[in-house]
Design a protein around this ligand. Structure first.
Ligand SMILES: [Zn+2]
Length: 436
């Protein structure tokens, strides 16, 4: 589901879906830290360093390179979105698509759909090269991808189809708001965006995710029963845990809570089942249950609603200023004119880009809450440390505080291991916590 412009159009929505997905990674051979064996009382700082020291230098360099490459990709993706938007405006392709839509039909609502369809296709084609590099070649280069080109491309087309349907529905509704409330659209538009996000999260587990992967109930009682026991202990109304065949696309370990209200589902992926021990799985699943118990879906929807409201208010002012200056040159007549869509995307994606550290921080803080819930529920500090190292295959383990603030939407491996060791030192008897 990585269509650039569509992604920008429903950026926050996708961020929200991504938030629902949590821990991922590839196997890293993990040895218990030897440094702890000689000490009587666990020193959390030393224990954290000992865990980090178990990762071989070449693996650390590889995962740092992969993750730092992601910093640049954030920039390239933004610049590409900006370049495509400016190109569609300056070449008047956007204005011509609007003229075309007006010839096709008299109905304003259908005109938006007639504009959106070719526009989204053009954007997909123009952003395909970067998409191909980021999602296919780069993932293969680092050994995370498991798909050959054709199955990958089929998933891309599926994502494109979802993006076009979802994007067209969202744009049709938004432009109705623009026509009816040209002065106050930022307020009503925020309402539309929040309802849209809620709807996507609600239908995703039932209608979207099955298009990419198969979900089936986890049947192994030795794994299922301890997980369901934790769910019962926390009043989570699930009767089964699902297993998803993520190995179709990737070697990463992951688990997620998806859906909202009646569609909530806890799932772990087959890589996790193959690569992790039961203590590690309990810890991961307790983290996911934390998202549920702490009501993170509703909280994130609220936070993103506030971000969108501020973003739309700023977009409103900047859009009007740009149209009064360049509107005639680009053939854009006002907010209700679909030809102005690339300008809206240009402004909104710039704001999202600037807000990246704040969006990441809101998500990261939420993830940290789920970590705290996870360690208290699973009581598996060593399992948590081992999982953090496994996730370190693709997420920089020991970043600077500034890096973590700007780029991390989950706590770093170091932060997670430190939480686990602090918990271990505080909660287990002395002899017990001193054991590796
Ligand atoms: Zn999480």
């Amino acid at each position: 589901m990585k269509k650039r412009l569509v992604q920008e159009l429903i950026t926050v929505c996708l961020v929200f879906v991504v938030v629902a997905a949590s821990a991922e990674g590839t196997p890293v051979p993990v040895a218990p830290p030897q440094a702890q064996q000689s000490v009587q009382v666990l020193d959390p700082a030393a224990a954290t360093q000992a865990w980090l020291a178990t990762v071989p230098r070449d693996q650390r360099e590889k995962s740092d390179a992969y993750f730092e490459g992601g910093y640049w990709l954030t920039l390239w993706n933004f610049l590409l979105t900006a370049a495509i938007s400016i190109f569609l405006l300056a070449s008047r392709i956007s204005a011509r698509l609007r003229d075309f839509s007006q010839k096709m039909t008299r109905f304003k609502t259908l005109q938006v759909a007639c504009y959106a369809l070719p526009c989204l296709l053009i954007v997909y084609v123009l952003s395909f090269p970067l998409n191909l590099y980021e999602d296919f070649f780069r993932e293969h280069q680092y050994g995370f991808a498991t798909q050959s080109f054709l199955p990958w491309f089929r998933d891309q087309l599926t994502g494109l189809g979802i993006g076009i349907v979802g994007g067209t529905i969202l744009l049709t509704v938004l432009y109705t708001v623009f026509r009816r409330a040209p002065r106050t659209w930022s307020i009503w538009g925020t309402g539309v965006a929040v309802v849209f996000m809620f709807a996507v999260v609600f239908i995703a587990p039932v209608f979207i995710e099955p298009l990419f992967n198969t979900y089936k109930p986890l049947t192994k009682p030795e794994i299922r029963d301890p997980i369901l026991a934790m769910a019962r202990a926390n009043q989570i109304p699930v009767k089964q845990v699902f297993e998803v065949d993520a190995s179709r696309q990737t070697t990463r370990v992951s688990a997620n809570v998806a859906g909202v209200l009646g569609t909530t589902r806890i799932a772990l992926n087959d890589n996790l089942l193959k690569q992790c021990t039961l203590p590690e799985m309990r810890e991961v699943m307790a983290h996911e249950m934390g998202h549920y118990v702490l009501n993170h879906g509703a909280k994130l929807l609220t936070y993103f609603g506030i971000f969108v409201l501020i973003g739309f208010a700023l977009t409103h002012a900047l859009f009007d200023a740009a149209v009064s200056r360049w509107g005639s040159k680009w053939g854009v007549r006002g907010i209700a004119d679909p030809a102005g869509l690339p300008l809206l995307v240009l402004i909104f994606s710039t704001l999202v880009f600037i807000a990246t550290p704040f969006i990441n921080t809101v998500v990261r803080v939420t993830e940290r809450e789920a970590d705290a819930f996870g360690i208290n529920t699973s009581r598996e500090p060593d399992g948590m440390a081992k999982v953090a190292l496994k996730l370190g295959a693709y997420r920089k383990l020991d970043p600077t505080p500034l890096e973590e603030f700007i780029f991390f939407d989950h706590p770093s491996g170091r932060a997670r291991i430190r939480m686990a060791m602090d918990w271990k030192a505080a909660n287990l008897p002395t002899e017990e916590s001193a054991k590796p």
